[in-house]
Design a protein around this ligand. Structure first.
Ligand SMILES: NC(=O)c1ccc[n+]([C@@H]2O[C@H](COP(=O)([O-])OP(=O)(O)OC[C@H]3O[C@@H](n4cnc5c(N)ncnc54)[C@H](O)[C@@H]3O)[C@@H](O)[C@H]2O)c1
Length: 362
């Protein structure tokens, strides 16, 4: 079975799907590999390193695609490349099927097996393949680093002969995977951390990391069976607004991570709440990619409003592409290994396996 990956548009995506460490694992599994020339060059992985492992490196992306059984990528390939994929070939990546519906429908019609890994069920057996968790973890960490770097005061409390610098106060909105990593990172750097979520299950997790959980009075159970958030009622939103409005007056840095799968991100921090914040505060909105959690979030821009900096970043993982690629490539390898039929040396689409059934786009 030949597995291939070609370079994405490097201006938009710096991560790669096959690192040398993982190339070794595919080869040990019995697979052959093809990659584009300079595939990992920008991350310090030279073609020579891949070649020495037995990987075929080629200049011709179309030829790479044509000779592959399985193509592993990050996002959807551009039209001129995607048109080279033929029936019975398999494409694996994170294809955002809600936004790319028509393109993906065309590929399904052409009998291409497409697996989109954000659809993985969050069951124990799928944890090693869970790209949402591995990438959200890094995003939560990096959002704290970036917002702290942009904040013009110190983070930890410092007692000096010249006086005391107070510890910065951080609010994390949404305590899922990214939010919990943000809480842990901010705590490690000496901030006082508050967090809120619609899922009461996250309260204990926040507290175990040393954060103070802000419970919205009259919290409903807004958790789906799959562990995700449901859309909140108007009454809940009003109570959340009152609680956060008051809290935000004393907060220095906000990390927003609140998302509802397949929907626009909830608008949580409204205009009046921002105008009541202290000048110099920073909001880092990781939900920007789905519309943002604040009234002023703009994709990939820093907006200044009433002295508050609102940073909307859509691909924060490009700021730590080596760590992100390393985890992503491992997740994808574990997914492929689960699909691979070692005896017959080909993939086996066993729809009785929940992991395969849920990720295959039909
Ligand atoms: N294999 C596993 O068992 C596994 C793996 C990863 C995550 N999980 C669980 O999946 C769940 C979702 O995690 P995620 O980080 O991918 O979620 P996500 O990215 O969809 O959302 C981030 C967070 O925002 C919260 N949120 C949504 N709307 C909100 C609002 N209006 N106000 C405040 N908060 C709001 C959500 O509850 C969630 O905690 C969590 O329970 C997590 O523990 C399980």
């Amino acid at each position: 079975m030949r597995i291939a990956s070609i370079l994405e548009n490097r201006n938009l995506e710096k991560r790669i799907a096959i690192t040398p460490e993982i190339a070794k694992k595919y080869i040990a599994l019995g697979c052959e590999l093809s990659l584009s020339e300079n595939y990992g060059e920008h991350l310090g992985f030279k073609d020579k390193e891949y070649r020495e492992l037995g990987v075929k490196i080629s200049k011709d992306d179309k030829e790479i695609i044509n000779s592959a059984d399985v193509i592993v990528q990050l996002g959807l390939l551009p039209n001129d490349k995607i048109s080279s994929i033929k029936a019975n070939q398999t494409l694996i990546g994170v294809f955002n099927p809600y936004d790319n519906k028509s393109k993906i429908d065309d590929l399904v019609k052409d009998k291409i097996n497409i697996f989109s890994l954000e659809l993985l069920p969050r069951i124990t057996r799928a944890q090693s393949m869970d790209i949402l968790s591995s990438q959200a973890n890094l995003a939560g960490y990096k959002a704290v680093i970036e917002s702290f770097a942009s904040f013009e005061k110190a983070i930890p409390m410092m007692m000096t002969a010249a006086g005391t610098v107070p510890a910065a106060k951080v609010l994390v909105v949404g305590a899922g995977v990214a939010g919990l990593q943000a809480i842990a990172t901010a705590k490690r750097m000496g901030a006082i951390v508050f967090a809120t979520d619609v899922r009461m299950a996250s309260k204990e997790q926040v507290e175990s990391l040393g954060g103070k959980f802000l419970t919205v009075e009259g919290s409903e159970n807004l958790e789906t069976e799959g562990g995700y958030a449901k859309e909140a009622s108007d009454d809940f939103k009003k109570k959340q607004e009152e609680l956060l409005g008051e809290t935000l007056k004393k907060i220095d840095i906000v990390i927003c991570t609140a998302l509802i799968p397949g929907k626009k991100a909830p608008l949580i921090i409204k205009e009046n709440m921002i105008s009541n914040m202290q000048t110099g505060s920073v909001i880092y909105d990781l939900a920007a990619v789905q519309g943002g959690n604040t009234a002023f979030t703009e994709v990939d821009k820093i907006v200044k409003k009433d002295g508050v900096k609102i940073m909307g970043e859509t691909n924060i993982l490009n700021r730590l592409p080596i760590s992100a690629s390393s985890l992503y490539a491992k997740n994808v390898f574990n997914f492929v290994a689960n699909l691979y039929d070692k005896e017959n040396k080909k993939i086996n689409i066993n729809l009785e396996d929940e992991i395969i059934e849920k990720t295959l786009i039909k």
